[in-house]
Design a protein around this ligand. Structure first.
Ligand SMILES: Cc1cc2nc3c(=O)[nH]c(=O)nc-3n(C[C@H](O)[C@H](O)[C@H](O)COP(=O)(O)OP(=O)(O)OC[C@H]3O[C@@H](n4cnc5c(N)ncnc54)[C@H](O)[C@@H]3O)c2cc1C
Length: 306
């Protein structure tokens, strides 16, 4: 219920104005977002890489409505990739891209062209791209763009969400040699017709999907902070004899950093998803919807008169 309210608020420009102008919002944002500028993203990446973690960088922004915005997003990624390469941070750092930020909502071909330019730049920089997955109305389009991109850039990563009923079948399709697939639970508000609604069903689906990916021929990327899913992931890695070069764990910047360090210390590949940029609102609201404790933290900061 609370999750639905917060996810509905994530689409409200009125709530966005309220949150953005509240006195201590910035402190809360800083916990989950690396900063506004490309330099901030680079600084955070350097720190994480020095600590033995891999990184995927996300320039915040989604639901772009004009071609100019879409091209500006593409250009930001091109600049970022050049800077990462110049700083010697590739291949430890790759990029995550939302097709809706590249024009998918109004022109799928434009989104493809922009994504292709980013994949080419990533390839030249010695790294790769993962296409984030958004709400279920975009799943078919995103997987179609992915398959076109993979013709020239086979290491382009996919994201599948275990809350969707279709995902087990998508995992089977994508568990092929060389196929990088990030498995997450899913962060959007979805109807019962397409998505499991209870945490138990979503978790069980996550485990079924993990089994398919970990026993398959691709490169699974297990994106979760859930201690039970992580423990099962460790177990499957032993069972299917997958070393650190054959799968990875992924977590979000600012969430369970000690667990990220622990897993990296045990020799696993761990990648931190680092968002940066001004357009943090939708991202932050999805993080709040995931965890009531984050909401308390946020509420305290908003009410604080310090
Ligand atoms: C790298 C990465 C990329 C992602 N990309 C996408 C994407 O492209 N599309 C998409 O829809 N979603 C994406 N997500 C978000 C994902 O779908 C989930 O919404 C999010 O990860 C929360 O699910 P969870 O598996 O962590 O478990 P949850 O069910 O949220 O949490 C389960 C348990 O994990 C632990 N936990 C969770 N958060 C915390 C915390 N802050 N502190 C301490 N313990 C905590 C708690 O024990 C909690 O009970 C991504 C997530 C990650 C990590």
């Amino acid at each position: 219920m609370l999750r639905s309210v917060i996810l509905a608020a994530s689409r409200s420009s009125q709530v966005e104005r309220l949150v953005a102008t509240a006195p201590y919002t910035r402190d809360v944002v800083r916990r989950f977002v690396a900063g506004a500028a490309t330099d901030d993203a680079l600084r955070a990446t350097r720190g994480l890489v020095d600590d033995g973690l891999a990184v995927t960088l996300d320039h915040l922004g989604e639901d772009t409505v004009t071609p100019e915005q879409a091209v500006a997003t593409r250009d930001e990624y091109l600049t970022l990739l050049k800077m990462l390469a110049a700083a010697g941070l590739t291949p430890a750092a790759e990029v995550s891209v939302k097709l809706s930020a590249l024009g998918q909502m109004f022109d799928e071909q434009l989104a493809y062209d922009n994504a292709r330019a980013i994949c080419a730049a990533a390839d030249a920089a010695g790294t790769t791209v993962t296409l984030d997955m958004e709400d279920h109305t975009t799943t078919d389009s995103t997987l179609e763009v992915l398959s076109r991109l993979r013709k020239d850039f086979p290491s382009t990563g996919a994201v599948l969400q275990s809350y969707l009923r279709r995902t087990e079948s998508d995992c089977r399709e994508l568990a092929s040699a060389g196929s990088r697939v990030r498995l997450c639970k899913g962060a959007y508000k979805e109807p019962e017709s397409v998505a499991y609604q209870s945490a138990r069903e979503v978790d069980r689906s996550y485990v079924r999907c993990m089994n398919i990916l970990m026993s398959g021929d691709g490169y699974p990327m297990l994106a979760t902070h859930d201690p039970r899913m992580i423990a099962i992931g460790e177990d499957r890695a032993r069972w299917f004899d997958r070393g650190p070069e054959r799968f990875e764990f992924q977590m979000l910047y600012g969430i369970r950093p000690e667990e990220q360090a622990r897993l990296a210390g045990e020799g696993y590949t761990v990648r931190t998803y680092v968002p940066y940029g001004d357009e943090w609102y939708g991202y932050l609201m999805r993080r709040l919807a995931e965890r009531p404790a984050n909401l308390v933290f946020f509420g305290r900061a908003l009410l604080s008169k310090k």
